[in-house]
Design a protein around this ligand. Structure first.
Ligand SMILES: Cc1cc2nc3c(=O)[nH]c(=O)nc-3n(C[C@H](O)[C@H](O)[C@H](O)COP(=O)(O)OP(=O)(O)OC[C@H]3O[C@@H](n4cnc5c(N)ncnc54)[C@H](O)[C@@H]3O)c2cc1C
Ligand code: SF4
Length: 310
């Protein structure tokens, strides 16, 4: 159906992001293709855990295996939005969720009055008018964690199934943000099992519930004794794609985790984050907060929460 209908159709899973956007006329489609048939199983083998894309975020957040083997992923799922939306929203939908911008996530009437923008119906970016591109923000909570954990997605399309690292699912483009074919469905997320890897996700938002991240940090870390053997750090809501910061991770490898190394790595991690004025709260303040969310995620993943003090 998706291949036949092309841009006239969209997939819908939980509908928690899509339905509000349809009401605001952010998409013009004639048909919705329901994904209610997707598996909601969590299957674990020696080498990996497969999370069916139909699993709700609420179920992922409390799944005993995910909480034990991938605590950062369960934390991220449990921090999405609010309980009613987590009961309907799916893990697959969270990986594919649209990018966000204050000038775009508005009613049709608001956008018409303010002037339409590049992402929908217009020909200019209202955040960066001289820019030829859209800077809408990747705002998924689970995508950065899935990347930090080295996850793969399985895509099913008209030509069969294929696998892709989660990191390769995203483009640095606020409009064309997914690198998959529009007719491909994300059927599962596969997380490599490594009992030595610890993970944590820390999210910043205005309120304790409902709000999308305005900065977030996902950390997966392997320790050998008290030194870091491997590490991946991925930021949310600071770019049009989940932003991996390998320089900070490389800095940590071979070092003991203490307050000084955590602070130094967080400074490095925050450098590439350049928030624009298109999300909640001041972008200058959001930029300053990136360092802090990384500090807390690093401390959480290394069980060193106490070292940072107040
Ligand atoms: C008030 C509010 C607050 C929110 N807060 C957050 C938040 O804090 N963090 C956050 O990450 N999200 C948030 N969301 C967005 C949304 O609820 C979640 O991202 C949710 O996980 C989306 O999943 P879904 O199954 O409902 O997706 P849908 O709304 O059904 O779909 C979202 C998009 O993904 C596509 N899609 C869905 N599933 C698949 C699939 N398996 N394969 C291919 N394409 C697919 C759809 O076509 C659509 O483009 C919020 C939404 C609202 C309305
Ligand atoms: S970043 Fe610019 S083009 Fe993209 S949604 Fe916002 S205003 Fe529109």
């Amino acid at each position: 159906m998706a291949a036949d209908l092309g841009p006239r159709a969209m997939f819908v899973a939980g509908g928690t992001d899509l339905f509000p956007k349809l009401k605001r006329r952010q998409f013009d489609v004639e048909a919705l293709i329901g994904l209610g048939f997707l598996s909601d199983d969590v299957r674990s083998s020696a080498g990996e855990t497969a999370v069916g894309s139909g699993l709700t975020l609420a179920a992922a957040a409390v799944d005993p295996h995910l909480r034990d083997a991938f605590p950062g992923y369960a934390q991220a799922a449990g921090l999405v939005s609010s309980p009613p939306l987590r009961n309907a929203g799916t893990t697959g939908g969270n990986l594919c969720v649209d990018t966000r911008c204050n000038y775009y996530d508005m009613t049709f009437e608001w956008r018409k009055a303010a002037g339409f923008c590049l992402k929908k119906d217009g020909d200019i970016c209202l955040v960066a008018p001289s820019s030829p591109r859209c800077w809408a923000l990747s705002s998924s909570d689970t995508a950065p964690m899935a990347i930090a954990l080295g996850g793969l997605v399985t895509l099913a399309g008209p030509d069969g199934d294929r696998e892709l690292p989660v990191a390769a699912l995203y483009r640095d483009d606020g409009i064309d943000y997914l690198a998959k074919q529009p007719s491909e469905v994300v059927t599962e997320l596969r997380l490599p099992r490594d009992d030595g890897v610890r993970s944590a996700y820390v999210k910043l938002r205005r309120r304790g519930s409902i709000d999308f991240p305005i900065a977030g940090a996902a950390v997966a870390m392997r320790m050998e004794g008290d030194t870091v053997a491997a590490c991946r750090i991925v930021l949310s809501a600071v770019a049009s794609h989940p932003l991996e910061v390998p320089e900070a991770a490389e800095f940590l490898v071979g070092k003991r985790v203490d307050a000084d190394t955590i602070r130094a790595a967080s400074e490095i991690a925050a450098k590439p984050a350049k928030p624009l004025d298109n999300a909640d709260l001041s972008h200058f303040w959001r930029k300053r907060m990136v360092r802090l969310v990384v500090e807390r995620a690093l401390a959480g993943a290394s069980d060193q929460v106490g070292v940072l003090g107040g």
